[in-house]
Design a protein around this ligand. Structure first.
Ligand SMILES: [Zn+2]
Length: 533
């Protein structure tokens, strides 16, 4: 099926089409290694990677640059409250000790390393990775720092105009690392003479760190200082010739960081800032999330549990302009997998459809070919709860031929995921365990239900085909008048089977249970239930 021409383009294609062809493009993304990254922190990188792929597909010459902003000061309130961290508040992340020296040499490398490890798992591969400490210390941003300091008056004016931030007239837009205490967030710099700045490490300069009071004069180059955030952003755009950079809504709102950076870039660098869409927030769990059962808040944990494709899909199935609300509890995960499968079907039917594109951009590796014979996660979860079931054999039975290697691998991954789901998030309706004794609830069965169970018992062993069994159960129910006014079989019929086996009114498909469970066991159980007092 081809798409009507006036139809709205898929978002990634629309962005790709909006960029000029025939010129080199650079797409940039960045991360400040300030601690464990929440799940929401994956949305930006996944969108950027999807755009990078879309740009290439549209024939654009594009380079993908990722920077680790590890020269930023530690300003996190949660860290401040942790034992031993108060003394590091205000220091650059690169200069703070590692939480685990066996894993990484410093705080920034520790947290950036954990985050970057998730990239591999979800198929994100920037072509270039740069650490800001290296760029500053190697003097690669000296030219940018000099340019900014020579335009300090412009910076002060734009800060005031765009975001109503007023700085005193002597203030120089650079953050010096205090030679006495090592803090970068607490210093107030003045008086640039082309080679050095004066600075004072003020005790009350910022609320999240206390400066030591030291005064000095130092070269702002070669790693002794960094640019304030908005200006560092501009320096990155210029240094890497960035043409595209998307970002989260919090940064890109009116008067916010991005708008300020755009104005600074136009005024000081005399260049147009890169284009970039704004993505909405991600809320995970909402109020209902319980920390003991929840997935926690961390990206590392999500990627540990969910297959990479599903993580990408979670972030891409919703248009970047719409908020994602995801609660891993309850039926969310089986529904997410169902939706993922629906998009795989769309890909098989028409690779040009929007759903197909979401599925394809969710893949870790190319070339892609969806598995045709898949088993729903909720069904696998049912299978896993019946000890006599071998899921691989059951899947082959459904397919009516042995599974291919790819199908078997897909099934294995789904089995692993279903196990975690059952253990952590499945609601009570999805949990079934075969009761070893006759459930007391069977005492309340009605006479027609008892009659239904007796006749169902007579069918046990006559067929191994769930479809044939289902057919018989319908006939018997109708025969006994277990029907609704519209003539359809009433819920009461199948409830009697679930109550007999699980002691609760719901479960996996009844006919399937009757042909799958041990035949002697199930026949005996139905008989007992039919006569329960
Ligand atoms: Zn100091």
């Amino acid at each position: 099926m081809s798409q009507p021409t006036d139809r709205e383009l898929f978002w990634a294609d629309a962005v790709a089409r909006s960029l000029p062809a025939g010129v080199p493009h650079v797409i940039r993304d960045s991360k400040t290694p300030s601690g464990p990254v929440p799940i929401s922190g994956l949305r930006g990188p996944v969108i950027t990677d999807a755009l990078y792929r879309a740009f290439r597909e549209h024939g654009l010459a594009v380079r993908y640059v990722f920077t680790i902003d590890d020269y930023d000061p530690m300003d996190s309130q949660t860290m401040r409250e942790q034992a031993g961290f108060a003394e590091h508040m205000g220091k650059p992340f690169a200069n703070i000790p590692s939480p685990d020296p066996a894993v990484a040499s410093d705080f920034a490398r520790y947290h950036a390393g954990r985050f970057l490890a998730t990239f591999d798992r979800i198929g994100i591969h920037p072509e270039e990775l740069h650490w800001l400490r290296d760029l500053y210390r190697q003097g690669k941003l000296d030219r940018q720092i000099d340019l900014v300091l020579r335009h300090a008056d412009v910076v002060r004016r734009i800060y005031a105009e765009v975001s109503n931030v007023r700085k005193d007239e002597r203030w120089m837009p650079v953050w010096v690392i205090c030679e006495n205490c090592g803090r970068i967030g607490t210093t107030h710099a003045t008086d640039y003479d082309g080679a050095t700045v004066a600075y004072e490490c003020r005790p009350d300069y910022v609320p999240w760190a206390t400066g030591c009071g030291h005064r000095g004069r130092i070269s702002p180059f070669g790693g002794n200082a960094k640019l304030p955030w908005n200006l560092q952003w501009c320096a990155m755009w210029d240094h890497f010739a960035v043409t595209y950079e998307e970002g989260g809504k919090d940064l890109l709102t009116s008067g916010g960081s991005r708008e300020r950076s755009n104005e600074l870039y136009r005024a000081i660098w005399k260049k147009e800032p890169p284009a970039g869409l704004v993505h909405e927030f991600v809320t995970i769990g909402g109020r209902k999330m319980s920390t003991s059962k929840g997935i926690g808040a961390s990206a590392v944990e999500l990627v540990d549990i969910y297959p990479g494709e599903l993580v990408r899909f979670l972030m891409l199935r919703t248009h970047p302009k719409r908020a994602i609300e995801f609660d891993p509890a309850g039926m969310s995960l089986p529904r997410l997998v169902d939706e993922y499968d629906r998009c795989a079907d769309a890909y098989l039917a028409d690779p040009g459809s929007d759903l197909a594109k979401v599925w394809r951009l969710s893949q870790i590796a190319e070339p892609v070919a969806p598995i045709v014979h898949r088993v729903r996660l909720s069904l696998i979860a049912d299978w896993l709860q019946i000890p006599s079931i071998d899921p691989v054999a059951e899947a082959a039975k459904r397919k009516k031929s042995p599974l291919t290697d790819a199908e078997a691998r897909d099934l294995e991954r789904r089995i692993a995921l279903a196990r975690v789901w059952l253990e952590r998030w499945a609601p009570d309706e999805a949990r079934h365990s075969v009761s070893t004794t006759l459930p007391p609830a069977t005492a309340a069965l009605s006479d027609p239900q008892r009659a239904f169970l007796e006749r169902a018992r007579d069918e046990i062993g006559r067929t191994a085909d769930p479809e044939a069994m289902q057919e018989r159960l319908y006939e018997i129910a109708k025969d006994l008048g277990l029907t609704n006014p519209d003539g359809r079989v009433s819920k009461a019929a199948f409830e009697s089977i679930y109550l007999s086996i699980f002691g609760k009114p719901n479960g996996p498909r009844a006919a399937w249970l009757l042909v799958t469970l041990d035949q002697d066991f199930v026949a005996k159980r139905l008989e007992e239930a039919a006569r329960a007092a």
